[in-house]
Design a protein around this ligand. Structure first.
Ligand code: BTN
Length: 268
């Protein structure tokens, strides 16, 4: 794997066929999402890209940290300037679908999407997404789609404290993946599917890759009671449907899906 592959010149050349407006590349930054949010305030055009080789203060969902070690990963943030706010909830899933489709295109992998938007390979998380909207009062000024992908085995270390088991593409596939090739394909897929955001086709593709379908999960919801039951599907509105143990179906808006431990006493 050529890990000295990323710099501004390479990115500009490799992304020239895509509708990316402007590119900023940092060898090291705090968080590309923070850079992108700042850039939105200073007039970043729609479809601008911030990418970094190393992040020292990468952020994840629910106030978590996201580690990006030099030369090991993809860490980038795409800036959008949506006209309206209705489709905002679909941007993070758009990222997940884009990554899954890109991996299917470039490799023989069968990635899955852990609702709402983590990408899994072999049941372990290889990519995380943090979408953040920027508002001026109640006017949406922009949207940042932040994506982190563990590329090389050295992206994931034992001492890292993961809530959900993590893996790298290199380890999962048993071979190195060129991260610029992957970036190009992920962006291509994202721009292509952005036109069909929230469409029936979009939900179907998302559902086709839904992790834990038919399995028992427990969903911890911030500030609410946890929900347990069988994963059914993602609805047209992007919510996750769960069949609870009492047989009632419930839709879930936000939370962290984790596989519920099977009670050892119930095993044959
Ligand atoms: C998660 O799984 O909790 C989301 C992780 C999102 C990480 C990416 S890396 C690029 C961008 N910049 C950040 O600070 N976070 C996102």
């Amino acid at each position: 794997m050529s890990m000295d592959d990323m710099n501004l010149e390479v990115l500009q050349r490799r992304l020239s066929g895509l509708p990316v407006s402007e590119i900023r590349y940092y060898e090291r930054t705090g968080s590309t999402n923070d850079d992108a949010l700042e850039w939105i305030n200073k007039g970043a055009p729609d479809r601008s890209l911030v990418t970094a080789d190393e992040q020292t203060a990468g952020r994840g969902r629910m106030q978590r940290h996201w580690v990006t070690r030099k030369g090991t990963s993809l860490a980038f943030s795409l800036i959008f300037r949506p006209e309206a706010s209705e489709l905002v909830p679909f941007y993070a899933p758009l990222g997940a679908l884009g990554i899954a489709l890109a991996l299917e295109t470039l490799t023989s992998a069968n990635p899955q999407i852990k609702w709402p938007n983590d990408v899994l390979m072999g049941g372990k998380k290889v990519s995380g997404i943090l979408a953040e909207a920027a508002w001026e009062g109640d006017r949406l000024t922009g949207l940042v789609l932040g994506i982190g992908i563990n590329i090389a085995t050295s992206a994931v270390r034992l001492e890292d404290d993961f809530l959900f088991p993590a893996d790298s593409l290199q380890h999962s596939l048993g071979r190195a993946v060129d991260r610029v090739d992957l970036l190009v394909e992920v962006l291509r897929q994202i721009f292509q599917w952005q036109n069909r955001l929230g469409s029936t086709e979009f939900i179907t593709e998302w559902n086709n890759r839904l992790a834990f379908r038919g399995e028992q999960v427990r969903i911890n919801r911030p500030g609410m009671e946890a929900v347990s039951g069988e994963v059914l599907r993602i609805g047209q509105d992007g919510l996750l449907w769960i069949r609870q143990d009492n047989g009632k179906d419930i839709s879930v808006t936000a939370g962290d899906v984790s596989l519920r431990q099977t009670d050892p006493k119930l095993r044959e």
